[in-house]
Ligand binder design. Structure first.
Ligand code: CTP
Ligand code: MG
Length: 237
């Protein structure tokens, strides 16, 4: 069914991971920085944004930490059970929006593990992509020289040409209908993707890269927490 009127925007926050690379029991989305969980920090720019219609958070089966958060009572947020891989958690999030979102509505997918996204970067992503045919993502041109090692050894097999390489971040912003189709295509062909852009690329399309900020780091390892905390403190000051 098509719907007339302005294109709307929705956010999907995959928060169903186990945080295995952190090496602690508690999933990283519930670790606390500056008095709030990573998940609450990740949600914040979307909750204060007037152009976001609603938010879906994908939670791990058996998650008992979510109901204790203040935002669990925010009626703009719906929750859904996540899947075994990030892509299935995002697909489940899209499923929740099926009745409300039109095919041409935008969906912004943002990792629960990225607590330092600035509203200004979110605004820029939206402004640069709002009329784009494909959609795109925040990303950062690679600064380091990149080496590839053979799986078996920690010795350099090759130095990659750094020019043109970007590190993909989130949010990643695509049309609801296209993203559903892209993720379904990956699931059907058993293609594991770690971000939405890869699923769109598998359809032969080219997502746009929008230069982001190093502040928007993903908390992956224990040491990233201190860095994220320093960034949050600096931006609050
Ligand atoms: N995620 C998810 N569902 C999964 C796996 C990951 O919703 N089955 C989410 C995580 O909660 C996180 C985001 O996807 O917000 C990015 O994933 P990643 O950084 O890999 O987090 P984890 O999978 O939790 O960490 P690890 O890979 O170290 O276990
Ligand atoms: Mg993971």
């Amino acid at each position: 069914m098509s719907r007339t009127g302005a294109v709307r925007r929705w956010a999907v926050i995959p928060a169903a991971g186990r945080g295995e690379r952190m090496g602690t029991g508690e999933p990283k989305q519930y670790r606390t920085l500056c008095g709030r969980s990573l998940l609450e920090h990740a949600l914040q720019p979307f909750l204060v944004h007037s152009g976001i219609q609603g938010v879906v958070v994908a939670l791990a089966a058996g998650d008992r930490a979510w109901p204790a958060l203040a935002c669990a009572r925010d009626e703009r947020i719906r929750t859904v059970e996540g899947g075994a891989e990030r892509m299935y958690s995002v697909a489940n999030g899209l499923q929740v929006l099926e009745r409300d979102a039109a095919a041409e509505d935008w969906v912004l997918v943002h990792d629960a593990a990225r607590p330092c996204l600035r509203s200004a970067d979110l605004d820029r992503l939206i402004a640069e992509l709002d009329h784009d045919d494909v959609g795109g993502l925040l990303a950062l041109p690679i600064g380091d020289t990149i080496k590839r090692s053979d799986d078996s050894t920690a010795r350099v097999a090759e130095t990659l040409e750094r020019g043109g390489l970007w590190a993909a971040q989130t949010p990643q912003m695509f049309r609801f209908g296209l993203l559903r189709r892209a993720l379904a295509h990956c699931a059907q062909s058993n293609r594991a993707v770690t971000d939405e852009a890869s699923a769109i690329e598998a359809l032969g399309l080219q997502p746009r890269l929008v230069a982001g900020s190093a502040r928007n780091l993903k908390v992956t390892r224990e040491e990233d927490l201190a860095l994220a905390e320093a960034i949050l403190r600096a931006s609050a000051a």
